[in-house]
Design a protein around this ligand. Structure first.
Ligand SMILES: Cc1cc2nc3c(=O)[nH]c(=O)nc-3n(C[C@H](O)[C@H](O)[C@H](O)COP(=O)(O)OP(=O)(O)OC[C@H]3O[C@@H](n4cnc5c(N)ncnc54)[C@H](O)[C@@H]3O)c2cc1C
Length: 405
């Protein structure tokens, strides 16, 4: 692993630094926009601006609308844009999770058409895996896909927690196409047109006042066989590709709160004295500094592997597990330090633009999205430590014979 930029990467970093300084909103001067449609509009406008400058889809091939650069250039971009208040990750589910699956599983000319539209932000995509009875155990899902004599598929069932579905044009949906085989073998994945009849999206109101999630109901929604991703019954392999990319995208995006905590303790006071001199604060600073350094090193390791043509490994699970909990702990601790001021949620007057007030509301979700803490621990136990797999009572049993409510 080499943390230093090559001369070419250093030049790229300087180039995007200059461009961001001219074009992106500085963090300290903007008001946090929590209302979904306003945030969505801001995200689209930002995407358009960066795409026009050639900074969208940096690691995608040029023929699909990308910049033809490498994952390392994407990493440099993420590091630099993190200093600004732009919703840069807003379309990450489509670009980061669905895009690679389309690249892998579709044929030309459909592939180029879908990817070019996605890269230009003409189509926004979502990922429809989770169901009310299938989240961690997503292979236990029930949404059915049945093929008619004309080759078309009919989709029926319900998804939940679908990020951004209310604004999406297309989705990648995982369905059960065969109930007579074991649960992993009877799945098939499709592209679905979210604007067609038979697809109903109901937004879910969140405690942070957003409406990021949705329930999605399918009632005889039609999918052409051309939109199948992978083999019939090969949905689990296709889903793993999406999930692997999701884990890497999430690890790249998960904030751990250390930079904001560091800024806070540099200037805040407690009982008229600099808060940074308090022994408990110093203890936490040292602990979280070490954790921050560890998470970043793991993340660079994962990116280096991907840049060299490998796949994201279990580092993603470690990074997500540590960063999610650390961010929540930092938010809790800092709000306690603030005392009554911690209750002020107006970004214009709260410390660090109300970062910690926001974090206390969104960090529980980070610890669930893309696999819960417990699932991350299972992955680390099995894939890193080589411990035995969890016992699986449903192994080898046809899906239709597994008792369920
Ligand atoms: C911010 C956010 C965005 C999301 N976006 C999407 C999206 O776009 N598309 C989508 O399909 N889904 C999305 N999800 C859903 C997410 O994938 C699920 O919430 C997650 O997989 C957990 O599933 P669940 O909520 O059904 O919880 P459950 O699986 O029911 O888990 C409940 C509890 O049981 C524990 N548990 C479950 N199984 C085990 C086990 N084997 N060992 C130990 N403990 C276990 C869990 O850790 C958890 O604490 C999103 C979630 C969040 C929070």
């Amino acid at each position: 692993m080499d943390f230093k930029d090559t001369p070419e990467q250093a030049q790229f970093r300087e180039q995007i630094r200059a461009w961001l300084k001219e074009n992106a909103q500085p963090k300290t001067e903007t008001e946090t926009v929590r209302e979904l449609s306003a945030r969505y509009q801001q995200a689209r406008a930002w995407y358009k601006k960066k795409a026009a400058a050639g900074y969208a889809c940096l690691e995608w091939p040029k023929k699909y609308g990308g910049a033809g650069l490498t994952p390392i250039h994407k990493l440099i971009w993420s590091q630099e844009v993190a200093h600004y208040d732009e919703p840069d990750d807003y379309f990450v589910i489509g670009l980061g999770n669905c895009g690679p699956a389309i690249m892998h599983f579709t044929e030309e000319p459909l592939r180029s058409k879908l990817l070019q539209r996605m890269a230009a932000n003409e189509d926004v995509w979502c990922q429809l895996f989770s169901e009310p009875g299938a989240g961690s155990d997503v292979a236990g899902l029930k949404t059915s896909a049945k093929q008619a004599d004309n080759g078309e598929w009919r989709i029926n069932g319900q998804k939940i927690w679908t990020s951004g579905a209310a604004h999406c044009d297309y989705g990648v949906v995982l369905c059960r196409s065969d109930t007579t085989v074991s649960k992993y073998k009877g799945l098939t994945m499709f592209i679905i047109d979210m604007r067609q009849p038979g697809v109903e999206v109901r937004p879910i109101k969140q405690m942070d006042r957003g409406q990021h999630f949705n329930e999605v109901f399918f009632n005889d929604a039609v999918v052409s066989d051309q939109y199948r991703l992978g083999a019939v019954g090969g949905g689990w392999e296709a889903a793993l590709l999406v999930l692997m990319n999701e884990r890497m995208a999430i690890t790249a995006a998960v904030p751990n709160g250390f930079a904001e905590f560091f800024e806070f303790v540099r200037s805040a006071e407690l009982d008229g004295k600099p808060i940074r001199n308090h022994p408990l604060v110093r203890d936490r600073l040292a602990e979280w500094h070490c954790m921050d350094a560890g998470v970043r090193a793991g993340f660079y390791r994962m990116f280096t592997a991907v840049a060299q043509g490998g796949m994201p490994g279990a580092e993603g699970a470690i990074g997500k597990l540590v960063a999610g909990k650390m961010n929540q702990d930092i938010a809790q601790f800092t709000l306690q330090l603030m005392g009554a001021a911690g209750a002020i949620h107006d970004p214009k007057i709260a410390h660090e633009n109300a970062y910690f007030q926001d974090a206390i509301l969104y960090t529980p979700g980070i610890r669930l999205a893309g696999g819960t803490d417990e699932i991350m621990r299972n992955i680390i136990a099995e894939q890193v430590l080589g411990l035995p797999q969890e016992p699986r009572a449903d192994k080898g049993i046809a899906f239709e014979d597994i008792p369920s409510n």
